[in-house]
Design a binder for this molecule. Structure first.
Ligand code: NAP
Length: 238
């Protein structure tokens, strides 16, 4: 594992992203919390810095191409490179709104917004970061997906969220294949059902438990896997 790497975590101001940032910092990475709200990002980074970690924040809204390119330029200018990217930012509009519990209630606007954040967000981030990783022949990208998008398990409900994560899995595989000849590992993972604002209080797992597989994938050795879908460090079917 390379310590002192620069790691950028999208949606790092709370929930799973903040926990992943904490665990990467604990491993000695220089961790940058991407947050769309400047103060929330700065507060989360300050909390980790007060624990003795090397953590900073950057304004980053993965829905906006300009915000993505500005954030990546800022981080590379300030820290020299980005070696680890955690595409964690995500939304589940339907799960927060009981009115959207049936397929017929989901508008194309809800589906498009969900797709923009959960699928195109990681795509924008990878397109901004991969040229730097390719130049340095090193990169670890973790796309935080969900078993809700696993085709074998697809059930009713959350249709917009599910298709956004299925598409994220497909994107992961396609991009990983393109970079397979370089020391760049691109995988997706499901954290399990975790207690965050999105997961709710009834979830059986903590964010700390959910972060484990992401940390493992973010620190893979050069002979580690690429283009896979994991949960609890085990390969999942698509
Ligand atoms: P959460 O508590 O709702 O946190 C979501 C994070 O994403 C927040 O930091 C939020 O920022 C950020 N975000 C949303 N839209 C964004 C945008 N356009 N640009 C930048 N940041 C944005 O959710 P979570 O449970 O930690 O989920 C993290 C990831 O895990 C998501 O990809 C989710 O799909 C996945 N996941 C979660 C569970 C679960 O049980 N919780 C299960 C499977 C997969 P703001 O604070 O500004 O809103």
């Amino acid at each position: 594992m390379r310590t002192n790497s620069v790691a950028l975590v999208t949606g790092g101001n709370r929930g799973l992203g903040k926990e992943i940032a904490r665990q990467l910092s604990r491993l000695g990475m220089r961790t940058i919390i991407g947050a769309r709200d400047e103060k929330k990002g700065a507060d989360a980074a300050a909390e980790l810095t007060s624990n003795g970690f090397q953590t900073a924040s950057v304004v980053l809204d993965v829905d906006l191409a300009d915000s993505v390119s500005e954030a990546v330029s800022r981080v590379t200018a300030d820290f020299g490179n980005i070696e680890i990217l955690i595409n964690n930012a995500g939304i589940a509009i339907e799960s927060l709104n009981p009115i959207l519990s049936t397929f017929l209630s989901i508008s194309p606007e809800v589906a498009l917004k969900t797709f923009s954040t959960n699928t195109l967000g990681p795509m924008r981030m990878m397109q901004a970061v991969l040229p730097h990783m390719a130049e340095n022949n090193y990169g670890r990208i973790v796309n935080v997906s969900s078993r809700a998008g696993q085709l074998q398990e697809l059930r009713q409900g959350l249709a917009a969220y599910r298709i956004s994560k299925t598409a994220l899995n497909s994107l992961t595989r396609a991009v990983a294949a393109e970079y397979a000849q370089q020391n760049i590992k691109i995988n997706c993972m499901c954290p399990g059902w975790i207690r965050t604002a999105m997961g709710g209080n009834a979830a059986p797992l903590t964010a700390e438990e959910g972060a484990d597989t992401a940390i493992w994938l973010a620190t893979l050795p050069s002979d580690g896997p690429t283009g896979g879908f994991y949960r609890s460090r085990q390969l999942l079917q698509w």
